[in-house]
Design a protein around this ligand. Sequence first.
Ligand SMILES: Cc1cc2nc3c(=O)[nH]c(=O)nc-3n(C[C@H](O)[C@H](O)[C@H](O)COP(=O)(O)OP(=O)(O)OC[C@H]3O[C@@H](n4cnc5c(N)ncnc54)[C@H](O)[C@@H]3O)c2cc1C
Length: 418
Amino acid sequence: MSTSNHIVIIGTGIAGLSAAQGVREVDPEVRITLIGEDCYPPYDRTHLSKQMLKPEARLEASSLMESEWFDQNDIQLILNTRIEYIDTAAQSISTSVGETIQYDALVLALGTRARQLPASLGQIESTRIHTLRSAEDALRLQGALDDSKRLVIVGAGLIGLEVAAAARARGITVDVIEAGSRILQRSCDPYTADRIASLHAENGVKLHLGQSIESVSESAQGSVTLHMSDGTALEADLMVVGIGVIPNTDLAESAGIAVDNGVVVDGFGRTNVLNVYAAGDGASLPIQGQNCLTRLETWRHAQDHGRCVGMNAAGQQTEYKAHASFWSDQYENRIQGVGLIYDEIASTLVRLYESGAHVSFLLDQDRVLKAVLGIDAAKDVNAMGKLVGQVLSVSDHELKDEHQPLVPIVKKLLKKVS
Ligand SMILES: Cc1cc2nc3c(=O)[nH]c(=O)nc-3n(C[C@H](O)[C@H](O)[C@H](O)COP(=O)(O)OP(=O)(O)OC[C@H]3O[C@@H](n4cnc5c(N)ncnc54)[C@H](O)[C@@H]3O)c2cc1C
């Protein structure tokens, strides 16, 4: 049971919503306020680059909770309200309309915002140039896709490539420009990334690798032109910029809360300021096996972290065990990964099925499984995901041989470590 009377959660994304759920699980009585600048009730952000880009798709279908849920759980939901200031001494927050709200415990679930192109590139304020983070962005992009024949995407990360797949399904010509020498450098191993690149090529997407942007301009005829470093230019009706995100830390920083590429928290979600917690994409946290604070940008983490931190804000003391996993849907394919791939990977083993599905096992020099990724191999990735961080005492042959089912191998290995 909580010792707090009023728990305030800022941010109505999945981390904020899950924090509210976590608080309520622990304490049926405590007053909960969930407040954020988004003008729509909590929705599934992962749909924004997938389902929501289909013609006629409606945001209501991506809603995370029935509207009655908030009343039933006695959670006050305040939308369309930006928090401008936190007074940690007075334990209060100030809204953009000048209201002050007192808290006994505060959870910051502030997430991230899309990184924009630098202004030095030219006409980046054009209405033809989009980023994709909020429901409003998705609705705007959905409408713009209706009227476009040519799309250029800057950045071959997961969001850019999901937008590419959605646009191809509408018959739109798609060019993707990527500064790196391959796609998906931050999220996938080279084998998986190459297969995804082939998938896009087969579907008619033109990938321009190793290209930076020299300038952007808008023509009077209503198109945008992007000049690439190799001297060529691409003209399009529409441009989507998918070059990563920036954590929303200004609010915390101005309140004296420690920030390091995200709001710094310990394993319980506590910041350096008493009674202030942080969760989700916007929090930098200790993760087992990593020697520095890490910020994860995935749905499952934001959900689990939010719930755990909400429970702790309500008086529980549960240490968070991070689950680094992601998925992405492109064309008819599901891409999945468990584990972090920024560590030194000594070898990658691949199991390729006749169906075209595959699993990549990323091992370090001591044969510890650092990550497992796959395309259309959900059962294997989920099973092997349980072994991430463990030494894999099976032969390469067993891992690679598609005729030896992985689930029993995983069960055997799990028995060994327990
Ligand atoms: C288009 C898209 C597709 C994605 N697809 C996948 C996927 O397939 N798989 C996957 O694992 N992950 C995916 N992700 C990532 C996943 O959606 C995020 O990890 C998750 O939404 C993070 O949740 P969060 O609550 O921490 O942050 P957010 O969802 O960013 O929520 C933070 C909220 O806080 C609000 N806020 C910030 N500052 C203030 C303030 N001062 N006052 C009031 N409110 C404030 C923001 O407006 C926002 O509503 C995708 C993300 C995007 C954008």
